[in-house]
Design a binder for this molecule. Sequence first.
Ligand code: G3P
Length: 215
Amino acid sequence: MKIFIDTANIDEIKEAIKIGIIDGVTTNPTLISKEERPAEDLLKEICSLVSGPVSAEVIGLDCQTMVKEAKILSKIAKNIVIKIPLVKEGLKAVKILSSEGIKTNVTLCFSPNQALLAAKVGADYISPFIGRLDDIGQEGMELVRQIKTIYSNYGFKTQIIVASVRNPLHVLEAARIGADIATVPFAVIEQLLKHPLTDIGIQRFLEDWKKVPKR
Ligand code: G3P
């Protein structure tokens, strides 16, 4: 499974790259707003750090505006992927963009039927929002299972990005289901690699090493 980092924070992206486990980046307007920098500058810098896909979201709500914004965003760098919300106008925009070879990530997906439609219009990626479904008492990962089944039933090439990841269990389940990608906040990446028994083990080895006679 590929791991994307779900952030627009440069320090977090740099640190995750150093660990060596990052295949791409996803941003959204909320994440970009936290950085207090012009979006275009920020996205340009992110794209210079990462060779994999970097998702940048449109703000417009009608097809024409979305396509116009997508074309501006896609000029920032070759690896920009346009994030489009899963609404009727968004699907129209994805159809146009995919016919022009501009990569899209259809976002704010909360149902398997929405995901089916996104695949039919040629979305490169679909982003089911797992944590936000859990928040309202629906099992988010069940949506990923259903999308996976539908996409494999018909051989759709749209890749599933498990998004709105809040904890390590979401990542584990995404990998067990066989999702293509999980986009993970930096704090959860740190949780994934930490284990108390690893820390205790290192401590014990270091203490025992002191007992080894020195020449
Ligand atoms: O990639 C979408 C994701 O950032 C949304 O996460 O935690 O705001 O639901 P969250």
